[in-house]
Design a protein around this ligand. Structure first.
Ligand SMILES: Cc1cc2nc3c(=O)[nH]c(=O)nc-3n(C[C@H](O)[C@H](O)[C@H](O)COP(=O)(O)OP(=O)(O)OC[C@H]3O[C@@H](n4cnc5c(N)ncnc54)[C@H](O)[C@@H]3O)c2cc1C
Length: 564
């Protein structure tokens, strides 16, 4: 026992000595001195705590935490090869895995932990079904998952099945890439009435995200065939709003050969929606849509586009905004063109009760969602405040004029004002999270916490993707984002600042732990079975794939349960 204690004390003493060469300890200012003292106190108290636990024979955990101080893993042999954990298998996670393989070569082992049995995040459950070309990036991601140095651990939820301490003890570094799974709110009365949903939920429903299908299938089917309303109102003018409008207005026959889920296709075929109204707070010169996506929406066959001509009038500041941003100028021109030349026959169709209409409403903010009076309490009308713009070009602000307007016969409201990152459920209290921005605070991907008032890197924890930058940017943006994060990891590795996994876990990662906890892990082979079954079902229906829409059916297929 005393020999073990002496070994621990020696190791911690040498670790304390090496800690003082870290840059944050080299700050010669009085602030730096304070920080140095705080850090040394934390280290000393952590060391004391460990020794006490050892002495009491209680040190069963590989990781100790002491009050608000950082978490230190017990020292062990530097593991070779190096094992990394990537949490989330969306674009950020897949690019992070790819860059780790490139940076650490044959020495790298990467475990990709994913909450759903199926990988690839929003490429599977966000990108619109009629944008098949965009989805082809999954071929590259599939190649990464099949690399012998990569282990896919699907159906494993970080925060629920594995915690940070489990990862600290087993990996040199962990990269959090679990995206943004919440919604920004409008903050108006009636926002949570039945029939009012976030665009994220609607997108997840038609794309087969099991969580959205389970919660939304029945209410959405009802809303799309509502006898008292034929209008869908979408708040927001970004590309996600454009996707939602296109899915509602496009002829379902054009969707039949895409990977849209069967339940959604059936509901869209039965839909009695005639009008989609897209509402933006600011003016036509400030819309967030990109011209290509907007043009696709404006040119849908059989759809009339309506805009109040007064809303197309440009002030000199708007002209300056359009001149400064060519994509916005092109979007503006596309809108003007579409109302000048409506598709042939659409007026007659609309009069005869067929045809569909897209209304773009600028300079409007919601003030209240009003319920139906049939006892069902579903949203049936929306009250809007009319705005005008103030301020210089580049920073035009919407201010209410005091005038109000009302949209009636509403069957569904979709709020498309932004996704929002959330802290992972069950991750221990005190783990840094910026609730306002919905991101994990970081510098170049290094997760930062405040220690003694100073931002300090949480050793071995990094972040990439929407969880790092907020929910903006296309798939490719995540490549540069992950690259920056992996550069930070490589730099920290070169400076000996990664974690030392506990030698008792023999460099095996979390899989044995998950199995001991009874988690039904879906590995790359299991995902291969899901993929093959979905493609086969799709082929029979004349589409690229027919997705499984429940976690249970995915897991049963992956684990070949129920087969003889
Ligand atoms: C509706 C929509 C349409 C889009 N269309 C396009 C397009 O056409 N073209 C384009 O270039 N970009 C498009 N984008 C943007 C693109 O999808 C994003 O830039 C990208 O997906 C963000 O990557 P990410 O890895 O950060 O997040 P995500 O793609 O959201 O991936 C996060 C992953 O983490 C997993 N996860 C969540 N919580 C946990 C947990 N606790 N434990 C383990 N895993 C967890 C999730 O299941 C998911 O797989 C679209 C975005 C949306 C919302």
């Amino acid at each position: 026992m005393f020999a073990r204690l002496r070994a621990w004390a020696t190791l911690h003493a040498s670790w304390l000595r090496s800690a003082v060469v870290w840059p944050q300890f080299q700050d010669p200012t009085p602030a730096g001195n304070n920080h140095r003292h705080t850090m040394l106190r934390s280290l000393a108290s952590a060391t004391r705590e460990t020794l006490l636990r050892q002495a009491r024979g209680l040190a069963t955990s590989a990781v100790i935490a002491s009050g608000g101080s950082p978490v230190f893993n017990s020292p062990g042999k530097e593991s070779t090869p190096r094992r990394f954990c990537v949490v989330g298998s969306g674009p950020a996670g897949m690019y992070a895995a790819d860059r780790l393989l490139a940076a650490f070569g044959e020495d790298a082992r990467v475990d990709v932990v994913e909450k759903l049995p199926t990988p690839f995040g929003l490429v599977r459950s966000g990108v619109a079904p009629d944008h098949a070309g965009t989805k082809s990036v999954v071929n590259r991601f599939d190649g990464i998952l099949r690399d012998p140095r990569v282990t896919y651990l699907g159906n494993v939820s970080f925060g629920e099945h594995v915690g940070l301490d489990d990862l600290f003890a087993r990996y040199s570094a962990t990269v959090l890439c679990y995206g943004a799974e919440g919604d920004k709110k409008l903050g108006v009365p009636g926002e949570d009435l039945p029939g009012s949903h976030s665009a994220r939920e609607f997108v997840g429903w038609y794309n087969g995200d099991p969580r959205c299908v389970k919660d939304l299938d029945a209410p959405l089917r009802r809303a799309l065939t509502c006898a008292e309303g034929d209008t869908v109102v979408i708040f927001g003018l970004g590309n996600v709003a454009v996707d939602c409008a296109r899915m509602l207005l496009r002829s379902p026959e054009h969707l039949a050969s895409t990977d849209v889920c069967q339940h959604a296709l059936e509901a869209l075929r039965r839909s009695t929606v005639r009008r989609v109204v897209m509402v933006g707070r600011r003016g036509v010169a400030q819309g967030a849509f990109s011209p290509k996506e907007l043009r696709e929406l404006l040119n849908l066959p059989g759809v009339r586009v309506t805009v109040d001509p007064r809303e197309l009038k440009l002030e000199p500041e708007d002209e300056a905004d359009l001149a400064a941003q060519r994509p916005r100028r092109r979007a503006y021109e596309a809108i003007v063109k579409s109302i000048e030349s409506p598709p042939a026959g659409v007026e007659a169709d609309l009069k005869a009760g067929g045809g569909r209409e897209l209304v773009l409403k600028f300079l409007r903010s919601p003030t209240e969602f009003l319920p139906s009076d049939d006892g069902k309490n579903s949203v049936r009308a929306v009250e809007l405040a009319v705005n005008r713009l103030e301020g210089a070009a580049g920073s035009r602000k919407a201010v209410p004029t005091g005038e109000k307007e009302r949209l009636d016969r509403v069957s569904l409201v979709l709020r498309s004002v932004g996704y929002k990152g959330l802290p992972a459920k069950g991750v221990k209290e005190g783990f840094p999270f910026d609730h306002e921005r919905g991101v994990v605070p970081n510098v170049a991907g290094r997760v930062m916490e405040k220690m003694g008032g100073y931002p300090t890197h949480v050793t071995g924890v990094y972040v990439a993707g929407w969880l790092k930058r907020g929910p903006t940017g296309i798939i490719g943006t995540n490549l540069h984002c992950a690259e920056e994060t992996v550069e930070s990891i490589a730099e920290d590795a070169a400076n000996g600042r990664l974690r030392r996994p506990d030698y008792r876990f023999k460099g095996k990662g979390v899989r044995p732990l998950l199995e001991s906890r009874g988690v039904r892990v879906v590995d790359a082979e299991g995902w291969g079975r899901i993929d093959a079954a979905e493609r086969a079902a799709g082929e029979a229906a004349g589409k690229p794939r027919e997705k499984f829409v429940s976690v249970d059916s995915m897991v049963r297929t992956a684990l070949a349960i129920g087969e003889s």
